[in-house]
Design a protein around this ligand. Structure first.
Ligand code: PRP
Length: 183
């Protein structure tokens, strides 16, 4: 789905499908260089990271493997608690592996902050983060991100894996939602 297919749902397009593809290709080139001679394990965080993972790994030229985690905020369902529950853990033993976490978005940073602490205890050889989007204004937990696609405003941004009420993940452009959709 492109933004032009549902023009009334969006305020404006932040990044077109073509711009996103081009940014992913740039990041993949840097990753290829950084991981030359190694075989990283890409760890995707379900669900939003599916699009980023699929496009990033296919743009890479070094061998890689993939695994997935599913997490959710614990307790009252508020992300701000910072306590994360693992719903699906890795199937791979990451001890001595070069691990690259792949995320769609860093909002408060609490999810990644928890994941990094958790995965570090498993003694990977290295642990880095690639995130397609980051909302600097929303960040409350410090997260050391090596590869970042775009910094975006703290608004209702959807597409390329980012959802609103479960919708718009399959939007190939990245756009801000029109107010009537969420009010
Ligand atoms: C999103 C995103 C990150 C997390 C970031 O996941 O994929 O995992 O929120 O937020 P934070 O930086 O404030 O912790 P979400 O819980 O919305 O699930 P989803 O991936 O299924 O969309």
């Amino acid at each position: 789905m492109r933004a032009a297919d549902l023009p009334e749902d969006f305020d404006h397009v932040l990044y077109s499908q073509e711009e996103v593809a081009s940014r992913i290709a740039e990041i993949a080139t840097v990753i290829d260089h950084d991981y030359a001679g190694r075989e990283p394990l890409l760890v995707g965080v379900l669900n939003g990271a599916v699009m980023t993972m699929a496009d990033l790994c296919r743009a890479m030229k070094v061998h890689c493997q993939m695994d997935w985690m599913a997490v959710s905020s614990y307790g009252a369902g508020t992300k701000s608690s910072g306590v994360v529950r693992i719903l699906k853990d890795l199937t791979t033993d990451i001890k001595d592996r070069d691990v690259l976490i792949v995320e769609d978005i860093i909002d408060t940073g609490l999810t990644l902050s928890y994941l990094v602490d958790n995965l570090r205890t498993r003694e990977p050889a290295s642990l880095e983060i690639m995130a397609m989007f980051r909302k600097p204004e929303a960040l409350t937990a410090p997260v050391d991100v090596k590869y970042i696609g775009y910094d975006i405003p703290n608004e209702f941004v959807v597409g390329f894996g980012l959802d609103y009420a479960g919708r718009y993940r399959n939007l190939t452009d990245v756009a801000t939602l029109a107010e009537h959709v969420y009010k």
